[in-house]
Write a new protein. Sequence first.
Length: 53
Amino acid sequence: MAAPHAAILRYEADPAVATPPRTVAPQADLTLREREVLDLIAEGASNQEIADG
């Protein structure tokens, strides 16, 4: 698996090959619950804690 920053490096190295970065926040397409779950994941919550939340 490539490093997370590989796409950024590839874009900077050859912009004709890579997809440009998104200009819309990825959270814009998420429901309220999906954003809550994303926040809980970022905080390190367990699956059970997320299910209970």
